[in-house]
Design a protein around this ligand. Sequence first.
Ligand code: CDP
Ligand code: MG
Length: 735
Amino acid sequence: QPARAMDLVEEESGAPGEEQRRWEEARLGAASLKFGARDAASQEPKYQLVLEEEETIEFVRATQLQGDEEPSAPASSTQAQQKESIQAVRRSLPVFPFREELLAAIANHQVLIIEGETGSGKTTQIPQYLFEEGYTRKGMKIACTQPRRVAAMSVAARVAREMGVKLGNEVGYSIRFEDCTSERTVLRYMTDGMLLREFLSEPDLASYSVVMVDEAHERTLHTDILFGLIKDVARFRPELKVLVASATLDTARFSTFFDDAPVFRIPGRRFPVDIFYTKAPEADYLEACVVSVLQIHVTQPPGDILVFLTGQEEIEAACEMLQDRCRRLGSKIRELLVLPIYANLPSDMQARIFQPTPPGARKVVVATNIAETSLTIEGIIYVLDPGFCKQKSYNPRTGMESLTVTPCSKASANQRAGRAGRVAAGKCFRLYTAWAYQHELEETTVPEIQRTSLGNVVLLLKSLGIHDLMHFDFLDPPPYETLLLALEQLYALGALNHLGELTTSGRKMAELPVDPMLSKMILASEKYSCSEEILTVAAMLSVNNSIFYRPKDKVVHADNARVNFFLPGGDHLVLLNVYTQWAESGYSSQWCYENFVQFRSMRRARDVREQLEGLLERVEVGLSSCQGDYIRVRKAITAGYFYHTARLTRSGYRTVKQQQTVFIHPNSSLFEQQPRWLLYHELVLTTKEFMRQVLEIESSWLLEVAPHYYKAKELEDPHSKKMPKKIGKTREELG
Ligand code: CDP
Ligand code: MG
């Protein structure tokens, strides 16, 4: 058995174990940023590391982000602030002096665009002002949307604390598969996706008096769709107040879209930020980050550091490297608290970044884009910006979605830099050259709607009775081909009929808060009498985090434990197996520990499973079990994922319809078996197009589950004679 030198800690759709290679790619990306450092300001002081044995990175000061405050103005000491009452903190926020003016503007206009620097109090204060002003009387609610789950949770917690209520009572949050609200909840922080789903049960949002679309500048897919829907609702609900809150970008566009709605500007309060660039491009930005953090720690006056990286794996690696070096340096340096923050981090760990830094120590927060505008951490004076982010892209011709590390936009880079000037004059260190900033970075980020698949939202819009999608009021329309492909896929899944109208099955699919293919798989479990098993598979697939972990000192044990879960048939069955055994252990954490399984992920899978089970009745699927007949489970999965199929050809795997070259991910249980026909849960582009979570299927099943989509001819095996004929069968008999 060849060793699998793969790291199993993964995140979102990032590629496990490919991290090393991805950095290499990122480095190639960085290499394109490679041009002589044009240092107009090379006379400026350089910051050099004074640590022994460490390589140093040379920065040059180039520009300054203007502030509104004098650099000499005394920084409102965070320590002092924290001692003051929470109300005093509320009064100290930039939005506070504008409270009355803002409330008057809201009273006078139905739609108001609110623009303000990050940290000025838009998210936490405005809903409270509205509450105090009586907008929640008579049981009416206020919604405030956030593009990110973490932001929705942490902001709700903060506001509950400020109002002195228990989270989930008057103030709550609602994110997919997690509802922390009750009958009493009048201030609802929710992801933009959740508000979208509210339209299904309440198309006119009748129970809401105010809808605040927050972080509008992020232009997520869901936020963009919300714009169109809310604009429409506002027309026939004149008493509904609509607020669009955004950082300082793009507000004119929002205003134009909402029929020239007025823009309310909350004047910023920011200290100037000095911007430094590296003199030469850095080959390895992660390593460069670690060195620079230590460099700042050793050479710079007190103040916390914020580092922007692209994802969980990278952040964990950077934190580990930092801790490691600090340990080695021991008492030679002052204490450095290393704190990660990313979407999947458990909430108790997330809360730690908001705790005050102990005197004498320095805090370094290593974050994803989430800290760019959604979260404000007090006390940050230094920002370290390697200039990358993880971005989704979509090719409507092939239907392939990929998530890659790409250079961030100028707008992004400036938002990041701005985070250094909140409490005092700050410094931003960019790990790229001034030339690269000028010539290599795009001005702004392309809105998500133009680089993602649309199956989900098209299904939702169709269920809302919006038929003419081509003429939907988009702020920026998606590419025509993407829309068309989404319609085609939904038709193939049986969600739409040939006239593009929603079918009964489509209506049910929209009821489930998961992707159309996953919904279809769940619906199909009725026919194959295996809904118990399919629910588990669906829940396990919905857990972003990897199920397995692989501590560096126990690699062999961890790999053995994982292989022990393998079942013939493929990865979906492995997931099922893990969950079933865990359930048999009484959902034990000890069991997880012994089997190198992530308890946190499993607990989440259990939550998701329970929620999905609760929805089964609504979609008329009864509970049933396949009693070990896994063929039925595999067929039900195929009924949902027949769009994602590949066959083995002489030159490796090709997708059945598009003939794209794809590869089984090395972490798959089928990596060495190379079955002839398979389906995959998703494709991830790293160094190659990898199929993740693969399942062995028979081509005949495709005709059984999707006769309208596949023709017998295209499923003929070109070289069936040369291959041992019944591999699939034997395995099935085993399974
Ligand atoms: O939305 P905006 O960026 O304008 O500001 P905000 O999120 O309302 O933040 C206002 C203040 O609340 C900031 O000073 C944050 O430090 C604080 N805050 C916090 O302490 N904890 C949170 N989870 C969120 C905000
Ligand atoms: Mg905010």
